[in-house]
Ligand binder design. Sequence first.
Ligand code: TMP
Length: 218
Amino acid sequence: MSNQQSTINQKLFIVFEGIDSSGKTTQAELLKKYFLATKEQAVISPEPSNGIIGNLIRQALKQRIVFSRERDLFDQQMAYLFAADRHDHLYNDLDGVFKLIRDNYHVISTRYYFSSLAYNCDSVEQFDLIKKLNDRFPNPDLTIYIDLPIEVSLSRLQERSLQEIYETKTKLTKVRKQYQQIFAEYDGKAIAIDGTQDLQQIHASVVQAVQAVISERN
Ligand code: TMP
């Protein structure tokens, strides 16, 4: 892929990736608190986003809207929607990632284009389509992949009341494999963390990685 690094000033665009219930949101919140404690402004901005396309996607994931019952077609439709949502998430003038960075906020996103590569393709053809759809999106300044065994993810998911379309053992097994391959080949800045560790241990590794990126800049 030809994605370029995003850096436009000192503020960071940081992404958490991982299978469902791997702890992305919890770690994003801890990182935000860390920034606030160091007198830096920070926001959490998820994908699917809180915008119109993001909300449409959430309805489809809960199967309240059905685009196609054919699985390959459904994945393709989702891939287009996720790419449109990502464009809006990055570039909208109200609360887009780059607007926030210009306004001096660190932006912490739970999920980004790696999720499309990991979740929305089952074949080489689909993988190529998704690569093309996401080719022009910039790489984050740092990506943190939280790796979690499927059994742990599934037992955490069982505690939730409503399950989404991708939250099955077969799907998550494929997704985890895809993630491991994506990050083995990725040439941007990324770290992988064992998601079975204690929350604070994970947080300490996250902070260490963030500090390393900041000191490389200075
Ligand atoms: P969430 O559980 O992090 O809110 O994400 C909702 C679902 O969206 C999750 O199952 C992963 C899926 N997803 C994709 O399939 N492709 C994407 O590009 C993104 C951002 C999320």
